[in-house]
Ligand binder design. Structure first.
Ligand SMILES: Nc1ncnc2c1ncn2[C@@H]1O[C@H](COP(=O)(O)OP(=O)(O)OP(=O)(O)O)[C@@H](O)[C@H]1O
Ligand SMILES: [Mg+2]
Length: 352
């Protein structure tokens, strides 16, 4: 079909179609015939760019001419500046020109919906993992307790200086380490509403910092606090919230390897009634591709034996059980910025 002939026939159609608000193109199987203004905007096409010189495959990937998919599908939209976006593509036949079908394709930028879907999926996965790991940890915890008990009993019965003592101590040490991991996993999967009471987040932060502030890791760290005065109390499990604060502060100090800037901020907001904790550092930050992974259990970039990779997954679980949210971003200080939002009334979030 000659594009000019085709255009002549579809021109009247095209003029009314041009009022469509969504980015749309008219095309044969492969060849573009016309774009509307929103389409030009979405793909960054200049005004002088002629549709007849372009192919649909340049905008939508994949675009298969052998099996042109009529209907709705997801694909990648390719802008003219080389960037791309997640797109929903709707293609339907419009009319026939010289016995060839002419189609209309509407393109919708769904990057934001897609990233929200990914976050939801991740959150569901974490919840499922939490439940599973909690159950496994429970099964492992009891036999481990037995191993430790019997190993200690044997150790007590051994005559002093016995050659088996060293090996026994290794068993006890390794089994104790496993117990710490199992306990962490239990916490990650636990969904109890015991211990919920009014909590002053500022107080929790002060107390946790007084515990770890003298640690070597903080000796060269300039820690600043920007607390909202009279921060409203939230209803939560104090012990678990202490763990959240501790994990975030320790991670920041570990990322900075002992020197840099640490900033801890608290704020409240009225709608929805909530408090916000922000922990940011001047460390190396977290690459974008790892930002969802860091909340998964056992994800760690630390050297073997230095981190379990459970800190943030436990933190995520606790925040979720409090009906809150945790997100990670780039801080103005140059490193990572963790934001935890917690509703004042955690009633809805208590049952995990
Ligand atoms: N403030 C931060 N800056 C840079 N990377 C971070 C920061 N916080 C967490 N991470 C990254 O996220 C990973 C997972 O953190 P998480 O607390 O779950 O485990 P971990 O710190 O490695 O181990 P553990 O908490 O058991 O000591 C870390 O290994 C690190 O790569
Ligand atoms: Mg950690």
């Amino acid at each position: 079909m000659s594009t000019t002939a085709g255009l002549k026939i579809i021109k009247p159609l095209f003029e009314s179609w041009n009022e469509i608000q969504q980015p749309s193109a008219i095309h044969s199987t492969d060849q573009c015939m016309a774009f509307n203004e929103p389409f030009r905007e979405l793909f960054g096409l200049l005004r002088q760019e002629r549709a007849s010189e372009r192919f649909m495959a340049e905008f939508i990937s994949p675009w298969s001419s052998y099996r042109l998919r009529v209907g709705v599908r997801r694909a990648l939209g390719r802008r003219f500046d080389g960037t791309s976006f997640d797109a929903e593509v709707i293609t339907c036949p419009l009319c026939t020109v010289e016995q060839e079908l002419v189609y209309q394709t509407i393109v919708k930028d769904i990057s934001r919906i897609k990233s929200w879907e990914d976050t939801m999926l991740q959150s569901e996965r974490l919840t499922a993992m939490g439940k599973l790991s909690g159950e496994i940890a429970h099964e492992i915890n009891n036999p481990l307790g037995g191993i430790l008990l019997y190993a200690n009993l044997i150790k007590e019965d051994l005559p002093g200086g016995h050659e088996a003592e060293k090996n026994l101590e290794k068993i006890i040490k390794l089994a104790s380490k496993c117990r710490i991991i199992a306990k962490g996993l239990l916490n990650f999967g636990r969904s109890s509403s015991r211990g919920y009471a009014p909590v002053d987040l500022n107080h929790v932060i002060r107390e946790m910092f007084s515990l770890i502030g003298d640690h070597n890791l903080f000796s060269m760290v300039n820690t600043r606090f920007d607390f909202e005065e009279n921060l409203p109390h939230l209803v939560g499990d104090r012990g678990q919230l202490e763990q959240v604060v501790l994990n975030l502060m320790m991670n920041a100090a570990e990322a900075m390897e002992g020197s840099g800037e640490l900033m801890i901020t608290t704020r409240s907001s009225k709608k929805p009634a909530s408090v916000r904790l922000v922990v940011e550092d001047s460390g190396p930050g977290i690459p974008e591709e790892s930002r969802l992974k860091i909340f998964e259990p056992f994800y760690t970039t630390k050297r073997s034996g230095q981190g379990t990779g459970l800190g943030l997954s436990i933190t995520h679980g606790i925040v979720q059980r409090h009906g809150g949210r945790i997100s990670v971003d780039i801080s103005d200080l140059g490193g990572a910025m963790f934001t935890v939002s917690l509703p004042l009334d955690t009633g809805a979030g208590i049952e995990g």
